[in-house]
Design a protein around this ligand. Structure first.
Ligand SMILES: Nc1ncnc2c1ncn2[C@@H]1O[C@H](COP(=O)(O)OP(=O)(O)O)[C@@H](O)[C@H]1O
Ligand SMILES: [Mg+2]
Length: 221
């Protein structure tokens, strides 16, 4: 199965009460396909996170379309979109958003846990793949920052999504842990996935095979 992510001329303006509106993203387009590991660069405030949220269907653009493997995200209703997202798109953030009172295995299986299903075997395989052997029963607070980020990545991959949106995934990591996370993202793309990664980190940029730079809501290169 091939995966594609097609963003066509999306614009997003934040309207603030009694303040000037902010045009966060303006007429931005992007085409990504299997194997693409794309680094999105640009100064703080230029709209990178807004792009990621719209690309993932978490934030509706004012205009333009986002199409994932042929499906226009915003032609789905909210619950259809949530379900489509859960199967197709995963997020990795600088803050990991692990659930503090669930252990590592349950955090990885979170999407299935709510449905009362899931595969512990699959979660345990990922735990081994990410060098977290023996940590399955630990809580996030008992792990280092790098280990927590690897759990977040395992959770992203567990769901079977073919697209990972990563917003500064190595921002809090030392170089060994950053390397592990980046190598895992690279492997993911080499197995046919797509990664769109916001980063300021030169190490991270060197893993990407495409680089795009934003300024004030638009691509400049
Ligand atoms: N929820 C929001 N409400 C109002 N303005 C916002 C909101 N989120 C982001 N912005 C503004 O939109 C612009 C782009 O923000 P963002 O996409 O977070 O940029 P980046 O991730 O590149 O730092 C910034 O000027 C920011 O202040
Ligand atoms: Mg941001």
């Amino acid at each position: 199965m091939t995966s594609t992510l097609v963003i066509d001329k999306i614009s997003k303006k934040y309207k603030r009460k009694s303040q000037a509106a902010v045009q966060a993203v303006l007429d931005l387009s992007l085409k990504a396909q299997d194997g693409d590991f794309i680094a999105v660069l640009g100064p703080s405030g230029c709209g990178k996170s807004t792009l990621m949220l719209t690309a993932g269907g978490l934030l509706a653009a004012d205009s333009g379309t986002v199409t994932v493997s042929g499906q226009n995200l915003y032609q789905l209703n909210n619950s259809q979109r949530a379900e489509f997202r859960a199967r197709n798109i995963a997020y990795v953030y600088q803050e990991f958003h692990l659930i503090p009172y669930l252990n590592v295995v349950d955090n990885i299986m979170i999407a299935d846990l709510a449905l009362g299903e899931g595969s512990r075997d699959k979660a345990l395989k990922l735990i081994n793949q990410f060098g977290l052997e023996g940590r399955g029963r630990h809580l996030p607070s008992e792990l280092s920052v790098g280990e927590q980020q690897r759990v977040a990545l395992a959770r992203a991959i567990y769901g079977g999504a073919r697209i990972i949106l990563a917003d500064e995934p190595t921002g809090n990591l030392d170089s060994d842990n950053a390397h592990l996370v980046l190598q895992a993202l690279k492997d993911f793309t080499e197995n046919g996935g797509i990664v769109l990664m916001v980063t300021h980190d030169d190490r991270a940029i060197s893993f990407a095979n495409r680089k795009l730079t934003m300024k004030a809501g638009e691509w400049i290169s």
